[in-house]
Design a protein around this ligand. Structure first.
Ligand code: 5GP
Length: 180
């Protein structure tokens, strides 16, 4: 992770290493269990796909789709469930997998929602953490990278549905914001 002349960047190699390290931690913590990874769409799909392939334990997958910012780069604080889980999580060891935690509003809402559904355990795993932006407290158990307050794209994170395919994370330039 560094500040190169092109702006903030997390390289493909750094991402691979970190995802493997988190997967090892989860495999240890859930040894003998079969956790359910709940990916938050759309942003978390790439992180979840890489994470599950590095696990050395069995795991199940489900997805929740929530409303995004649309074309704006600031959160409205409103969370709308666009697609709910396909099965009950009653008695399961659930890990919410999210691309980024910013104000914490989205994850706080989802954490409280899933808690009401009686899982055996509930944890949160985020790829990126913009800690300094937090407005509400949310228990984040696994973190890929702590990042500064910049608008970031790549590795599943978009801006107006672009840049998700990048294999690295980078800062969005002011010109790119203007050219939507
Ligand atoms: P929060 O509710 O924590 O403020 O925001 C979480 C959501 O905001 C994330 O799931 C993501 O969709 C969006 N978000 C926050 N910061 C960024 C960012 O730097 N880049 C992108 N692409 N999305 C972000």
């Amino acid at each position: 992770m560094n500040q190169k002349k092109g702006g903030f960047l997390i390289s493909e190699k750094e991402i691979k290493e970190r995802v493997k390290a988190i997967a090892d931690e989860i495999s240890r913590d859930y040894n003998g269990k079969n956790p359910l990874l709940v990916g938050i769409l759309k942003g978390a799909f790439i992180f979840l796909a890489d994470l599950i392939r590095e696990l050395s334990i069995d795991a199940e997958v489900d997805f929740l789709a929530v409303s995004s910012y649309g074309k704006a780069t600031e959160t409205s604080g409103e969370v709308k469930i666009l697609k709910d889980l396909s099965e009950s999580i009653d008695g399961k060891d659930v890990i919410i997998v999210e691309d980024i935690v910013d104000t914490g509003l989205t994850l706080k809402y989802l954490y409280e929602l899933l808690k009401t559904r009686n899982p055996n355990s509930l944890k949160i795993c985020v790829f990126l953490d913009k800690k300094e932006r937090r407005v509400v407290e949310v228990p984040v158990h696994y973190v890929g990278f702590e990042v500064p307050d910049l608008f970031l794209v790549g590795y599943g994170l978009d801006f107006a549905e672009k840049y998700r395919q990048l294999k690295y994370i980078r800062e969005l330039t002011p010109e790119e914001v203007k050219n939507v």
